[in-house]
Design a protein. Structure first.
Length: 294
């Protein structure tokens, strides 16, 4: 099994034909008005309406218009159909509307509608005290494995050559900075983190999501007594990294302003669905969209 990048046509087909079938399976905290923002990354930068402003390859859009006191006034998306239309055609359905900083109308340009290469939502939430996420990336695991395997001091620890010498770039999926072995290990780590949440933190609500190149592990309990503020998140990072030696990205855990890949969105770089999973034995091949199997 190998991987490739999805084409524009395949991405649009996925969000038109297949993604809507997962709407009822989205985690309950992901709604049209819950996350404070939705965000889209583009394969090719797209112009905005105002002259002199750089083209955008990533945009964030608020789910509510607010006043100077940050009180909610008007919902940007009335229901998830509005979010879906924004994902499918972000320039034609830009919530900024007539603003100079909205994406330029493709009908007025000599280029197509921007392609939603990745879809994200904000971990910062209007109706929850927190959405706490731990990110485990197969790239991190692969580089650590390569560092241990390659003793040549002339090979930089941060270079692509290190991965090449270690044989990782040739291993399936060929050309990617990790192997399937590293993805499988990331998934195993993800369920170890879930056990830590449940055993050490008495967490009742957790979620493990295959992200396409690793896993996201959520702690979703909302008891204010836990107070997952900045200091608490630093302590959690130290516990996972130092005590349990799990290779997490500590910045993701600490920063409530981060965005995460939307469950059931398409990771277009690897043609995989971002999938909530229940077992460390998850087969990544099952995350290939049906529209790409035809």
């Amino acid at each position: 099994m190998t991987w490739r990048q999805a084409t524009r046509e395949e991405i649009y087909r996925y969000y038109t034909e297949e993604f809507p079938s997962y709407r009822d399976e989205l985690p309950s905290f992901i709604t049209a008005k819950g996350p404070k923002q939705y965000a889209i990354a583009f394969r090719d930068p797209h112009p905005v309406r105002k002259d002199g402003v750089p083209d955008k390859d990533f945009i964030r859009r608020d789910t509510w218009q607010t006043n100077v006191s940050n009180e909610r006034i008007t919902a940007t998306f009335h229901d998830f159909d509005d979010v879906l239309e924004f994902i499918r055609h972000p320039a034609r359905n830009d919530p900024l509307g007539g603003s100079d900083f909205a994406l330029a109308d493709p009908d007025l340009l000599d280029k197509p509608d921007p392609c939603p290469d990745a879809v994200y939502y904000a971990l910062d939430h209007w109706e929850r005290p927190w959405v706490l996420l731990v990110d485990i990336d197969a790239k991190t695991i692969a580089r650590e494995r390569a560092t241990q395997a390659v003793s040549d001091e002339d090979v930089s620890r941060d270079s692509e050559k290190l991965l090449d010498v270690a044989g990782i770039l040739e291993a399936d999926p060929a050309g990617y900075p990790y192997s399937f072995e590293d993805i499988e290990r990331a998934i195993e780590y993800g369920f170890e983190v879930r056990e830590i949440f449940e055993d050490d933190f008495n967490a009742e609500k957790t979620l493990v999501v295959y992200s396409g190149q690793g896993v996201h592990v959520y702690l979703l309990d909302t008891d204010p007594a836990h107070r997952y503020d900045a200091k608490s998140r630093e302590v959690l990072n130290d516990l996972l990294q130092d005590t349990y030696e799990i290779p997490i990205d500590p910045v993701v855990t600490a920063d409530r302003r981060r965005v995460a890949r939307l469950p059931y969105s398409l990771h277009a770089d690897v043609c995989s669905i971002v999938t909530p999973i229940e077992s460390p034995n998850f087969d990544v091949r099952s995350a290939t969209p049906e529209v790409l199997q035809e």
